[in-house]
Design a protein around this ligand. Structure first.
Ligand code: HEC
Ligand code: HEC
Length: 420
């Protein structure tokens, strides 16, 4: 008995010291370097876009902002970019899939910091922000507009501002009310009847509309979160500010950059490597799994509004990404762009088609690591013929800590040049 008591008396302080060490262990220098690389201060200005000469012109930003919020850019006068990318919701809509004129098949993506990517949409089928903007405008489920209608609107409502930036709009005489190579059968027929020079003039004005919207989008970035204030405290040696994160959040952060391996894809100040991965997320419709990146490579190569096309302002040397795109990569089957995780807590449901309602469900998915419905999941278990990673083993308490950490990444959305 005496022995036992002595053992307990010895063990207790040892145990306490151990518990303290596991929660409050100081960060190693390698870990501090990883933390610094995630800090918002590491986010440089959006990379230059040589395919868009007005990308950083203040007049283009002002015009683009008006266009982004203008519901006249739609078939029914009720859908603007902001209908799905709502500023008060971090420029997304909180829905599982986008809803404009009809219901789409993928989740609306947030716009802030999108300019830091080389490829746009979940599958990267566009290679610039301006070319991306042209997609929803003519998508039958989104704005449902057509390019001739849009050029008419520019002439009627935006002529002075447009012409100050881009020069004269094309003459409208002889143009039908509606025409587009991507529209309804009637719109396609009307488009085919237009002389080549007129089609090119409409396409150029349509591309310019996208370039002004892109200039506005480039000004939007996520602001500082509690996580950033914590990292500044840790790396700046200000111990008192380390209380920015709770012990549970700090434990979650250790998992995120440690054994849960999240940081291997969710890297850098936006928490995205900007690459495409198949992570075995179950398809929304099991009969029609989404092929993701694989077919998008040929689409961006064939796109008349890509970096090498006649409406781009870049020389071929300015289009390295497109020229050296990896085609026929088997890993791209059902691969999707890694979403950034800033403000993630405010934008359930998650994944490319809103498959998971909560962050807890997302984490449970990483632990379960199911096989992919199409292609091969990079999270597949050891022993699986296509396994590339170790499985992520987390108990319930660890999963809760990891979710708590993800909730510390919330902060404002800032527009360049405005108070944030
Ligand atoms: C009906 C809802 C809806 C409307 C309207 C809409 N979007 Fe989107 N947006 C989406 C969806 C859904 C996606 C993802 C689609 C996909 O990957 O196929 C997306 C993706 C994007 C992306 C890609 C972000 C990234 O990181 O790759 C940008 C940028 C964007 N939209 C900007 C715009 C602009 C600009 C407009 C107006 C011209 C617009 N959107 C109109 C729903 C919408
Ligand atoms: C192999 C790369 C990879 C790893 C490792 C990884 N992720 Fe992801 N993550 C992705 C991709 C790709 C998606 C989008 C998948 C989709 O929609 O099909 C995603 C989506 C998410 C989302 C949803 C975000 C949104 O806006 O819908 C969250 C949250 C998330 N990951 C957190 C984590 C956490 C936590 C870990 C560590 C346990 C982790 N990820 C590990 C690549 C990865």
């Amino acid at each position: 008995m005496k022995h036992l008591m002595r053992a307990a008396a010895l063990a207790l302080p040892l145990l306490t010291a151990f518990a303290f060490a596991t929660t409050a262990r100081p960060w190693t220098s390698a870990e501090r370097a990883t933390l610094s690389a995630l800090h918002i201060g590491r986010l440089a200005a959006a990379p230059a876009d040589p395919s868009n000469v007005v990308a950083d012109r203040p007049e283009a930003v002002a015009l683009g902002r008006r266009l982004f919020f203008d519901a006249r850019l739609s078939a029914n006068g009720r859908v603007s970019c902001a209908s799905c990318h709502a500023p008060e919701q971090g420029f997304q809509d909180g829905r599982p899939v986008g809803e404009g004129l009809a219901t789409g098949s993928r989740r609306t993506m947030p716009v802030p910091a999108a300019a830091h990517a080389s490829w746009f949409f979940w599958d990267g089928r566009k290679d610039s922000l301006w070319s991306q903007a042209l997609g929803p405008l003519e998508d039958a489920a989104e704005h449902g507009a057509n390019r001739v209608q849009l050029v008419r609107l520019l002439a009627q409502a935006y002529r002075p501002d447009y012409e100050a930036l881009f020069g004269p709009l094309p003459p409208l005489a002889g143009l039908p009310a509606a025409a587009s190579p991507l529209g309804t059968a009637a719109e396609q027929a009307a488009w085919a009847r237009l002389p080549e020079a007129q089609r090119e003039a409409v396409d150029r004005a349509f591309a310019n509309l996208g370039k002004a919207i892109a200039a506005y989008e480039r000004t939007l970035t996520p602001g500082e979160s509690r996580f950033d204030r914590y990292v500044a405290a840790v790396t700046g040696g200000r111990a008192e500010d380390e209380a920015q994160l709770s012990p549970a959040e700090v434990r979650g952060l250790r998992l995120f950059i440690g054994k849960a391996q999240c940081v291997s894809c969710h890297a850098g100040p936006l928490f995205s490597d900007q690459h495409f991965h198949n992570t075995g997320v179950p398809p929304r419709d099991p009969r029609r799994p989404d092929p993701g990146r694989a077919p998008a490579v040929a689409r961006v190569q064939a796109d008349p509004f890509n970096c090498l096309g006649r409406f781009s302002d870049a020389s071929p040397e300015g289009c390295q990404e497109l020229r050296f795109i990896a085609d026929a990569d088997p890993h791209m089957q059902s691969a999707f762009k890694t979403p950034g995780l800033r403000n993630v807590a405010g934008r359930a449901p998650y994944m490319h088609a809103g498959q998971f309602a909560t962050l807890e469900q997302v984490i449970a998915h990483y632990v379960a690591a199911p096989d992919a419905a199409l292609g091969h999941s990079e999270l597949a278990r050891v022993g699986h013929p296509h396994a590339e990673r170790r499985p992520i083993a987390l108990n319930d308490a660890e999963a809760a800590d990891l979710a708590a950490f993800l909730r510390s990444l919330s902060g404002p959305v800032c527009e360049r040049g405005r108070p944030c």
